[in-house]
Design a protein around this ligand. Structure first.
Ligand SMILES: C[S@@+](CC[C@H](N)C(=O)[O-])C[C@H]1O[C@@H](n2cnc3c(N)ncnc32)[C@H](O)[C@@H]1O
Length: 268
């Protein structure tokens, strides 16, 4: 599955605003007082996690950015950064070569907007691999299936149900966890006796967020169309009504996400 740089640029400020403060602070507190930190960011896209986290971590940072999209990786590598921040970018297919991405000296694993794309098997493998290395994980912005549109439309529920079914399709890692990813991650980390904090990081979009709302809803209409759960004329009428509300500055949209920080405890 590919993600355009334009879409990642559009969503980044919303992601930044949505990131759960408590979870971010717990992640930052785990490294407070350390002189330096080595981080791997899985599925880095254009590097939004570095931009979101750098100011919260020890000044001397080395980041290994990993993605399988060479275009996104090139953008991530080219970004301007403070001199204390060392960044390397590595092309890795995480479905195949997760272990290679985690090898070498590391203090923290980060990822954003990835866990809903992966399968139950991949998540188990990921948690087993980080637990074997005793690595903490900060995983942000996992979609959790909650979606609220206002004003409500009679077709909203059917479209959201179709989107959530589409989220379970294969995104390159086998059948995706989609809206079940958060619960699966929390129980997988509990099984390896990690201490976990989590909190919501919803996109809260209002009348001034017209482009973002338009893109999200266009994506939803595309997903519902692909599955054919909603009759096409009804779907077209739905997206037209929702677009009119967006254009009139009357549309509100909330999309549920959850952030997680998980770290090994003494027990295993
Ligand atoms: C929703 S985007 C999130 C990007 C970035 N973490 C962010 O928050 O802006 C998902 C990312 O996963 C990457 N990805 C998808 N499948 C992958 C795979 N098999 N191996 C490595 N990266 C993958 C995509 O290229 C994309 O950059």
């Amino acid at each position: 599955m590919s993600f355009s740089a334009d879409w990642l640029a559009l969503r980044e400020p919303y992601d930044l605003r949505a990131r759960n403060r408590d979870v971010l602070e717990r992640a930052a507190a785990a490294f407070a007082g350390e002189p330096a930190i080595a981080v791997v960011d899985l599925a880095c896209g254009t590097g939004s996690t570095v931009r979101a986290l750098a100011a919260h971590l020890p000044a001397r940072q080395s980041w290994r950015l990993v993605d399988n999209d060479l275009g996104l990786l090139a953008r991530a590598a080219a970004a301007d950064r403070p001199p204390d921040l060392r960044v390397t970018s590595t092309p890795v297919d995480l479905a195949r070569d997760l272990e290679a991405a985690l090898d070498g000296p590391l203090d923290l694993v980060t990822t954003s907007a990835l866990l809903d794309l992966v399968s139950a098997e991949w998540l188990e493998r990921f948690v087993a691999e980080v637990a074997a290395r005793r690595l903490p994980v900060y995983a942000a912005l996992t979609y959790d299936g909650r979606a609220a549109l206002s004003p409500a439309d009679p077709l909203d529920q059917a479209v959201v149900a179709s989107v959530n079914r589409h989220q379970r399709g294969d995104k390159g890692f086998g059948a995706a966890l989609g809206p079940t990813a958060v619960a699966a991650a929390l129980s997988a980390f509990a099984r390896v006796a990690y201490e976990v904090v989590h909190g919501s990081s919803d996109w809260v979009l209002g009348p001034s967020d017209q482009e973002m709302q338009g893109e999200v809803l266009a994506g939803w209409a595309g997903a519902a169309r692909e599955l054919g759960d909603v009759a096409l004329p009804d779907l077209m009428a739905w997206i037209t009504r929702r677009r009119e509300l967006i254009a009139a500055g009357a549309s509100h949209l909330r999309v549920g996400h959850v952030d997680v920080f998980a770290r090994p405890t003494g027990r295993r």
